[in-house]
Design a binder for this molecule. Structure first.
Ligand SMILES: [Ca+2]
Ligand SMILES: [Ca+2]
Length: 155
């Protein structure tokens, strides 16, 4: 009798997994795969966002360089808030490879504020704001630039 029970246990182990064991294993595996998929989506979203931030930062730096090349008394550097026309702002607002084309409009909007005699006399502080919208939200990038009066221009 004892030998019969021992043989029966051996045979049960040799048969493999039961259907319930396979279902439990597949359920746990599926949950793991879903977690991996969510992680992948999050990663793609993060990459898209950082790519857009990089592009907008480059556009902002170009704007800063553009204003640095202007004369201190230029109308574009008059005190107040400036919102350049997208058709004439020196950037590719809609990422189509063309800059300032006719009718250009897009997800990137630039504006800047000029303050005279800030932080010290005979300087202008320019605060650039680059507002970018994209499929996953929106970002605002700000640059602060100080231009001294009488800085010789290199052209
Ligand atoms: Ca364009
Ligand atoms: Ca433009």
């Amino acid at each position: 009798m004892a030998r019969h029970i021992k043989d029966s246990k051996k045979q049960a182990n040799a048969d493999g997994f039961t259907l319930v064991e396979v279902l439990v294993a597949m359920t746990i595996f599926s949950i793991g795969i879903l977690g991996m998929a969510a992680l992948q989506i999050s990663s793609i979203r993060g990459n898209a966002t950082s790519s857009l931030i990089t592009l907008c930062t480059i556009m902002g730096e170009n704007r800063v360089e553009m204003l640095m090349g202007l004369d201190y008394a230029d109308a574009a550097l008059s005190p107040g808030t400036h919102q350049p026309d997208p058709e004439n702002d020196g950037i590719d607002n809609n990422f189509n490879g063309q800059m300032d084309e006719s009718g250009e409009d897009g997800p990137v909007i630039v504006s800047y504020v000029v303050e005279r005699d800030t932080p010290v006399r005979h300087t202008k502080t320019i605060t650039h704001t680059i507002f970018c919208t994209h499929a996953f939200g929106e970002r605002t990038i700000t640059f602060v630039q100080v231009i001294p009066k009488g800085l010789p221009k290199s052209r």
